[in-house]
Design a protein around this ligand. Structure first.
Ligand code: BTN
Length: 244
């Protein structure tokens, strides 16, 4: 993996998106001062200080889109969870890729694909951007001002966390899985993902574009999709969405 450090930037995802043609495959774009971070569902990602992680992994696996690429966020989620566990905490995964500790968010992932149609109308993928933010050392009073329950690794462990060590650890773990994951798909990590899933066997509301689907989350499929049983006892298989 290559590392590209930026002293200050509005958003590492936006930077990677705009520079996709010039950024090599397997590059981590990161900063400790992100002034306009973006989250999923048009949310923003707060800047919580320079001792936290704001990073985007740029990948260029092929020039056509494959279903397995959309599961890379779930791989990153498992890798982040494994890294948190090394600090003796028990992170839980909220499908598809939020990480929470004791019901409070500690990390978020925003994945984007960049591509364009060629002259024959075929979609050509330029690259994938896996952006992630991790609360490592956030003061309590800043956490309280975030618009959803949030926590930080220093609060959970009572210790100051070295951001460089944490970042390298996440990236090294990600690299260990990456090639096999592209070949084998979500099934490679299914059990590791499910073991940490906090939503299974619970009633959930899932936002899919502008619709909200309610039901009981019963299973994670081999391709990473969420299986729900809705109010009419019908099975719904969701490949994208956000649990609200
Ligand atoms: C979410 O939980 O909604 C996703 C948050 C993703 C935040 C990260 S921070 C680094 C990267 N750059 C961005 O603008 N967003 C992602």
């Amino acid at each position: 993996m290559n590392y590209l450090y930026l002293e200050e930037i509005d958003s590492t995802n936006k930077f990677a998106k705009e520079g996709i043609n010039d950024i090599p495959d397997k590059t981590v774009v990161y900063t400790y001062k992100q002034t306009a971070g973006r989250g999923r569902l048009q949310r923003k990602w707060n800047y919580t200080g320079e001792d936290n992680i704001y990073a985007s992994i740029v990948l260029k696996p092929s020039d056509e889109m494959r279903e397995v690429y959309s599961n890379l966020t779930q791989l990153l989620c498992v890798v982040l969870a494994e890294t948190f566990e090394e600090y003796d905490i028990q992170p839980k995964i909220k499908w598809p890729n939020d990480i929470r500790v004791n019901g409070k968010k500690i990390s978020g992932i925003l994945a984007e694909a960049v591509g364009a149609n060629d002259s024959d109308g075929k979609y050509m993928l330029k690259g994938l951007i896996l952006g992630f933010g991790v609360n490592l050392n956030v003061p309590k009073e800043i956490l309280e001002n975030i618009d959803q329950p949030a926590t930080s690794l220093n609060i959970e462990t009572g210790k100051f966390i070295d951001k460089e060590i944490f970042l390298k650890n996440v990236i090294n773990k990600f690299c260990l899985y990456y090639n096999r994951f592209i070949e084998d798909g979500f099934i490679l990590i299914k059990e590791d993902y499910k073991r940490r899933a906090e939503f299974l066997n619970k009633n959930v509301s899932v936002k899919v574009f502008d619709k909200t689907i309610e039901g009981k989350a019963v299973e994670i499929a081999d391709n990473g999709a969420l299986k729900l049983i809705d109010k009419d006892n019908k099975e719904q298989i969701l490949l994208i969405g956000d649990i609200l």
